[in-house]
Design a protein around this ligand. Structure first.
Ligand code: DAH
Length: 347
């Protein structure tokens, strides 16, 4: 029996050293120590031994069991460490490999300029408002003091939806003046950017869809001086403090008096020529037209329930594309709408 036990010990320890997976270890544990295992089988023979031999064999059997258990534990630890090691090896992430570049877009250049303009006016206390592109002729023309038969109402200039010419695509953002004034009491201080539509053929300076930014300020004691202050502030912030501007008298049905604002041409610095040639940017004018503006006509105020004896206001409307072209030195309007990424990526 002693030999049997010694054999079990030496074979068991060798087998345990050989085992390389947790499953193999478990199989060995059952085979060696389980109820039907080899050691149990030997211990069952103990009854046949003499009284002197029994404790000796018992002790030996215990030491064999202890040796097996100890080795089993040791191998368990070793094997799980090896398994972890292999896993770490196979799942290793090389954080130094460069990642895939995801091409990021950016804001359209026209929207960049719109954002600049909005930021400037928000800083001056203006509220940004939005309104419909499908508009009533009543708001787009009539209530702006643009009477029936005015050339801008012509079917050749305006997209109408109905035979009676009562619904249209707005031709200007000025109807936002009416929409704001009929719903709010002064003081009013708003900026309304948006799309406008006219039956124009697309060329370097025209497009059937373009963007305007309308401004409106109504309160007691508003003067032309306030209008000039706001617009000069805008232009100097956009184009720099050195910018020269001028106001020219003009006519708009919904403002009285009305004016247009020009800035000195940045290409020829007001001389109208570059190297003996007529300046291509301002066509020899020396000035570039920026916007229309004026003091809100008393009839327009009255039509919105605002007392023109008590309140006065100024309004202005500027073309966003023209502003962006000047600001970003773009020479053809169509580039803004083509969405050619070779163009857009320059900004
Ligand atoms: N709506 C005018 C246009 O499209 C521009 C304009 C002129 C707007 C004078 C105004 C203004 O608010 O006061 O030509």
């Amino acid at each position: 029996m002693k030999q049997q036990l010694e054999n079990i010990r030496s074979q068991a320890l060798a087998a345990l050293e050989q085992a390389s997976t947790p499953a193999a270890l478990e199989e060995l544990r059952v085979k060696l120590l389980g109820k039907k295992g080899e050691l149990t089988a030997v211990l069952k023979q103990m009854g046949k031994l003499s009284a002197e031999e029994r404790p000796v064999m018992g002790q030996l059997a215990n030491s064999v069991r202890a040796a097996i258990e100890e080795t089993l534990e040791k191998r368990k630890t070793e094997i799980s460490a090896a398994v972890l090691e292999a896993k770490l090896e196979s799942e290793a992430i090389d954080v130094t490999i460069p990642g895939d570049v995801v091409p990021l877009g950016h804001q359209h250049p026209m929207n960049m300029v719109l954002q600049e303009v909005k930021d400037i006016f928000v800083g001056l206390g203006y509220q940004i408002v939005d309104g419909p592109e499908v508009e009533l002729a009543d708001y787009n023309f009539t209530r702006l003091n643009i009477e029936e038969g005015h050339p801008s109402r012509d079917r050749s200039d305006t997209f109408y939806f109905t035979d009676d010419d009562s619904v249209l695509l707005r031709t200007q953002t000025s109807p936002m003046q009416i929409r704001v004034m009929e719903n709010a009491k002064p003081p009013i201080c708003i900026l309304a950017p948006g799309r406008v539509f006219r039956k124009d053929e697309a060329d370097a300076t025209h497009s059937p869809m373009f963007h305007q930014i309308e401004g409106l300020v109504v309160d007691e004691h508003i003067t032309m001086g306030d209008l000039k202050g706001a617009l000069i502030t805008l232009m100097k912030r956009l184009y720099g403090e050195d910018l020269e501007v001028r106001f020219r008298p003009h006519h708009f049905p919904f403002t009285e008096p009305s004016c247009e604002m020009d800035m000195q041409c940045h290409k020829c610095h007001g001389t109208g020529e570059v190297g003996g040639q007529v300046c291509s940017t301002c066509h020899g004018e020396g000035w570039i037209e920026l916007l229309g503006a004026g003091m809100v006509h008393p009839k327009v105020l009255e039509g919105c329930g605002i007392d023109p004896e008590k309140y006065s206001g100024f309004a202005f409307g500027l073309g966003l594309e023209r502003m962006a072209m000047g600001r970003l030195k773009i020479n053809d309007l169509r580039l803004i709408f083509d969405n050619d990424t070779r163009f857009l990526n320059q900004f």
